[in-house]
Unconditional design. Structure first.
Length: 71
């Protein structure tokens, strides 16, 4: 839910909540984050996680291939 409290933005090891719903008193307002920036950040981190998982799989496959050759 963009614009609510359900999506967290993780950026540089900090977590920012999206802006509160309209009508929230100014004393409770949080920093406003752009939706596009949020989506780009989520895409970047999901891509990074995918690359890390694939590299781990590639390393494991090469390691198993090496072990099978030595047996």
């Amino acid at each position: 839910m963009v614009g609510g409290y359900t999506i967290l933005k993780i950026n540089d090891l900090c977590i920012f909540l999206p802006p509160p719903p309209t009508g929230t008193p100014p004393s409770r307002r949080r920093r406003i984050e752009d939706t596009t920036e949020l989506l780009v950040s989520l895409f970047f981190y999901s891509s990074l996680i995918t690359v890390l998982l694939l590299s781990q799989f590639y390393f494991l496959a090469n390691r198993l291939r090496f072990i099978m050759k030595t047996v």
